[in-house]
Design a protein around this ligand. Sequence first.
Ligand code: B12
Length: 308
Amino acid sequence: MDGRIKAFLTPKDLAAALGVSESSLKRWADDGAIRVSRTAGGHRRIALADAVQFARESGLQIEHPAALGLEEVLPVRGGSDAQAPSTAEALYAAFLRDDWRVARGLVVSAYVSGESVATVCDGVVREALSRAGELWEQGSDGIVVEHRAVDTCLQALSFIRSLIPAAPATAPVALGAGFTTDPFMLPSLFAAVVLAEAGFRDVNLGPTMPTAALLSAVDRYAPALVWRTVSVATDAEALRRDLLAVLERMPAHGRIVLGGRGVPQGILHLPDRVHHLGSMSELAGFARGVLAVRAVDEPPPAGDPVPS
Ligand code: B12
């Protein structure tokens, strides 16, 4: 991101970042609590993504982000001051100043300190963007702030995505895009990162995706789940035709999730296997359900003993 973030850490770096002793850190690594690789010379190295996952799972705070090269990503520490502004207020204020380092850091910090991707998107990011969305009526400068805020959120979510361990090649694919006429970039990226965190291999096709191109992608990736985001006013019949075309091309049991502020009211009666969800948290819950059902239905890998 700025050339100083360390892709691989020594146990000393991570111990310093977490404020624990190097010997504890090495012990956790040797016990398998932290994934480590070894250099040619036999020294332990920890990928930044694995270090962050360890911090999230263990509940340990990253006390000294500079030890990871993350000082600009994590500039704001949580405080106990009741008068302190909420994270969403601080994010909105950073948008207004175009202090994108602090803004990006606030979003990434929320994830690193243990919030799920869905909670970050539905909470702090959505709230701050809603406020930024009121500025466009005040004129061109409001539009500038709004566009910079979107770019900063794209950066933050892309960075969070890079911290999520890659799903195995056998994991099901989730792919999706904004509706044909929908220029909004964040909703589709949010869905991708939420589904990556849930354990899918995510394929984000971005905004304004025509039906024909989405169908080609369905043929190419055979997704178990397709998301369609609709953030602008959309004709219910056009949307229904799009969903039916996608459904027809999907593998049996494949599902479509639909969401966004532009989903027309008149689309209440959706075809089977198409689900209208209201938030990223609902999407995360739905995704976990799909994966759980697949895990039960899937035959054990070849060579495994069949349980009696
Ligand atoms: C950035 C922005 C833009 C940018 C987008 C840049 C880009 N390329 O991405 C641009 C400049 C394109 C834009 C344009 C317009 N915008 Co605008 N925009 C916004 C803003 C500030 C943020 C949008 C965003 O990305 N939000 C983040 C998303 C993810 O949040 P969300 O939409 O609330 O989605 C949540 C849920 O709906 C759900 N969800 C969303 N999608 C999906 C999908 C699935 C599968 C699931 C499960 C869930 C789900 O989860 C999300 C997170 O909780 C919003 C303010 C706001 N409140 O959001 C206004 C806002 C959406 N815009 C608005 C308006 C009026 C417009 C324009 C008409 C302005 C104009 N006069 O030109 C145009 C319309 C464009 C068009 N072609 O139709 C209004 C809409 C009002 C309304 N009645 O709905 C808003 C609310 C601002 C406001 N308060 O007035 N906008």
